[in-house]
Design a protein around this ligand. Structure first.
Ligand code: IMP
Length: 221
């Protein structure tokens, strides 16, 4: 078995996604769960700063001690809506727990048009993820984005969080995101992530992209 990575998250879906990426590269991913309130999330408008602050605090919770050969990983994500100057951004979790997807739809209700291309641009947004890895004093940072737009109605089904209202822009044949209204090889055909299979979501995911970015920087296991 390769080197162990402790992934600090309460979300088992994130752990499974990380395992899919990292097991073939020779890493063993385990979920690290710490007592509630053990990690204080700082007030910051940067998800990178939030993730960095969390990793500093989490080091002392490594089961094998912070001078072991194990690695520690954290991910922070958020939804950034252009017409709301990036809101909810770093407050995505709180906003989801309070006003939820319905509240976001109401906040954007004035942005409407029959023209689907214009709609996708008026209501543009993106998911961003930052993944930080601590390895024996070295810190690596990976970034991933998923551009798209906020739908006019909620589609429940798969996924979590803002998936019921987020429609990703199409991908070209290389898997890169296109712009509003451009048609590509991979598409949800106007459906939010809530209405597509998880395997489809992964092709677009900010999370997968952040992991790719991060592990491309590491020497192989
Ligand atoms: P966290 O990094 O899990 O704290 O993400 C912050 C918030 O952004 C979460 O509460 C989710 O609601 C939302 N979020 C992050 N990633 C996704 C995603 O892939 N789909 C839908 N919502 C997401």
């Amino acid at each position: 078995m390769g080197r162990k990575i402790w992934f600090l998250t309460g979300n088992i879906g994130k752990v499974e996604e990380a395992r899919e990426h990292l097991t073939p590269l020779g890493y063993e991913v385990s979920q690290l769960i710490v007592p509630k309130d053990a990690i204080i999330e700082p007030q910051s408008d940067s998800i990178t700063d939030v993730a960095m602050a969390k990793i500093e605090q989490a080091k002392s919770h490594l089961p094998s001690g912070d001078n072991s050969k194990d690695m520690l990983m954290i991910e922070d994500a958020g939804l950034f809506i252009d017409s709301l100057s990036g809101f909810p951004g770093v407050y995505s979790s709180y906003v989801h727990q309070t006003i939820g997807c319905e509240g976001i739809i109401k906040l954007l209700s004035h942005l409407t048009t029959e023209d689907s291309v214009r709609l996708a641009s008026l209501r543009s947004a993106e998911f961003r993820a930052v993944t930080v890895l601590w390895d024996d004093g070295e810190v690596y940072v990976g970034n991933g984005k998923c551009p798209g737009y906020i739908s006019t109605s909620i589609v429940e089904g798969n996924g979590f969080g803002y998936d019921p209202i987020f429609v990703p822009y199409d991908l070209d044949s290389a898997g890169d995101s296109l712009s509003a209204g451009e048609y590509g090889e991979v598409s949800t055909h106007g459906s939010p992530f809530g209405g597509v299979e998880i395997t489809t979501k992964k092709k677009f995911s900010h999370r997968s992209r952040a992991l790719n970015d991060l592990f491309n920087q590491l020497p192989s296991a």
